[in-house]
Ligand binder design. Structure first.
Ligand code: G16
Length: 565
């Protein structure tokens, strides 16, 4: 008898898992020795060469999650979003289209790292016991993937995990992450009072385009330039344009979806945010005064920008998008004439520009909370408001309407034609917004509608407040787990000495602010600084980066020259 067979025979399980099928499948995808996976900010992410075993195991976990939720559909998305093309990632989507419940994350990590079939099955058994999963229930999973070349092999691994659990599956093919979130919620709410829309990709386009047509007034001339990051957003945008008819004029660029090496390369939302410049491929294409925007590799992030009359680049990031939307919704709610108006609130992270926070709190008197990076944190905080607007500065965000607010709007009886018009607008906005997760395409339509209603051009929008100059640096360290934080990632608890250095440096700069946090999606530490001038913000960021580099245990002689010390 082989060692594996012996180990399996001696297992004492508490749940009736299909041991033979799981073990056979697990042997096909052995876990690479010495490689550790962690379920982080956006699920598992890694270089794609390490990834088939983890995706197989996610298939099994998703099936169990479905059983835990009385056979509701669970979503699985294979994407590494803004990461380089050779990376890949996988995340589990809960029945309402939200991120996986955080209590499951350590179990996912343990299951992914189990070194052999017996320990893999034991880890699954622990999960079933902990969450009282009735293994005999049916399981249903809907999945999709982005345009990365590694996806077909990963999909095969996922399918094997799902088959081992005899799961009913829907393969949505190459789709944006937000489309998969939409599908998950729509499948689970079909025919109920919470019906989210027709559970199909055409249903998604119909919902967005019909809301757009109800909202849009006379359009100005000119077309919006959309940088699709050479990712799946290009496919979705082309499909959506078919539904939007002539009153939405857009020019798509960076649409080379299946050309190797171009995904997110020198383009896309992450490029714009981190470099704070126009992607080179848009130079000479974007005209002065014209609005442009960039999606990221899986179309869940959005960055806007324009060139002024001197051809100077101006970025309108997630904070500016949030300020525009929150300010608009506050006024819209007032115009509807509710007896008890829903409370509009804003959620940000430590990356939010200091002046955006001031604008929301002081100029607009909006309640505001700051949470850790990661949509799951923002989403949960936004649920506490009647209407919760959450955006990360990187352009990832959406708007949530609480069930009480939805009921309030549904029952509302407007007393004047103005109230009636505005209530109709609000209802259409609810359909336009993909509340399951940040959706670059839905957010882009929302921004365009608001600009249209307010008769703002990009400059008028930009003038809501002036960004404090800032800089974000990625520092590669030996072990990002050596960096631990508190107060929504704004301070390091470890290394404490590094935090003392941050405090001493920040105090030297007018309007200075800076923090250091480990990334949840890449093996790196991120350093952020802002200050009154560009020079000072960059200098502060480079000092903090230099010290982070040295504290990360790297050889100081190798420190990149832009990192100061
Ligand atoms: C993911 C998360 C975002 C987060 C970003 C960067 O985005 O969904 O919430 O802001 O990663 O996270 P970190 O700084 O921890 O690496 P995406 O677009 O990659 O899915």
């Amino acid at each position: 008898m082989s060692n594996t067979a012996q180990a399996l025979k001696s297992l004492q399980l508490r749940n009736n898992l299909p041991i033979a099928a799981l073990a056979a499948a697990c042997e096909q995808y052995p876990k690479p020795e010495g490689h550790l996976y962690s379920y982080g900010t956006a699920g598992f992410r890694s270089h794609s060469k390490w990834f088939e075993p983890v995706v197989f195991r996610v298939g099994v976990i998703a099936a169990l999650r479905s059983k835990r939720h009385s056979s509701k559909f669970i979503g699985v998305m294979i994407t590494a979003s803004h990461n380089p093309e050779d990376d890949n990632g996988v995340k589990i989507v809960d029945p309402r289209g939200e991120m996986l419940q955080t209590e499951w994350e350590p179990y996912c990590t343990k299951i992914a790292n189990a070194p052999d079939p017996a320990s893999f099955i034991t880890a699954l058994d622990d999960l079933c016991t902990k969450f009282k999963i009735d293994v005999s229930k049916r399981s249903k999973v809907v999945y999709a993937y982005d345009t990365r070349p590694s996806c077909p092999a990963l999909v095969k691994a996922l399918q094997l995990g799902l088959a081992a659990m005899e799961t009913e599956t829907i393969n949505e093919g190459v789709r944006t992450t937000p489309q998969l979130h939409y599908m998950t919620r729509a499948l689970n709410t079909q025919g109920t009072k919470d019906d989210y829309g027709e559970p199909s990709i055409p249903g998604y386009y119909k919902k967005l385009s019909s809301a757009w047509k109800r909202l849009i007034r006379r359009r100005e001339e000119g077309s919006l330039l959309i940088d699709c990051a050479n990712g799946v957003g290009a496919i979705a945008m082309k499909e959506l344009l078919e539904y939007l008819s002539d009153d939405f004029k857009a020019t798509l660029v960076n649409t080379d979806v299946f050309v190797p090496g171009v995904l997110n390369n020198m383009c896309g939302a992450d490029y714009v945010k981190t470099k704070q410049e126009l992607p080179p491929s848009l130079k000479g294409v974007l005209k002065a005064g014209q609005r442009g925007c960039s999606l990221d590799g899986d179309a869940d992030r959005l960055m806007y920008y324009y060139l002024d009359e001197k051809n100077i680049f101006h970025m309108l990031d997630g904070d500016k998008i949030s300020a525009l939307i929150a300010g608009y919704l506050v006024e819209k709610v007032k115009l509807c004439g509710f007896k008890e108006p829903p409370r509009v609130g804003v959620v940000q992270t430590a990356y939010a520009n200091g002046n955006s926070t001031k604008y929301m709190q002081k100029t607009k008197a909006l309640p505001l909370v700051c949470v850790s990076t990661g949509v799951k944190h923002l989403h949960h905080a936004a649920e506490k408001f009647g209407i919760g607007v959450y955006f990360e500065a990187n352009g990832h965000g959406t708007v949530l309407f609480s069930s009480d607010t939805l009921e309030n709007i549904r029952k509302h009886e407007p007393q004047t034609p103005t109230q009636d018009d505005n209530t109709k607008d609000l209802k259409a906005l609810i359909d336009l917004i993909n509340s399951t997760v940040g959706d670059a395409i839905s957010d882009m339509l929302l921004v365009e509608v608001i600009l249209n209603h307010l008769r703002y051009d990009a400059r008028a929008w930009d003038s809501l407040y002036t960004d404090l100059p800032n800089k974000l640096v990625k520092v590669n360290v030996k072990n990002r787990a050596d960096f631990q934080t508190e107060v929504a990632e704004r301070r390091l608890t470890h290394p404490a000495e590094l935090q003392r250095f941050v405090d001493s440096q920040v105090a030297k700069y007018p309007d200075g602010r800076g923090f250091i946090r480990p990334s949840g999606t890449e093996d790196a530490v991120r350093v952020y600084a802002e200050a009154a001038s560009k020079f000072e913000a960059e200098q502060l960021a480079n000092y903090l980066a230099g010290w982070t580099y040295d504290f990360g245990g790297m050889d100081p002689a190798q420190r990149p020259k832009e990192y100061l010390r």
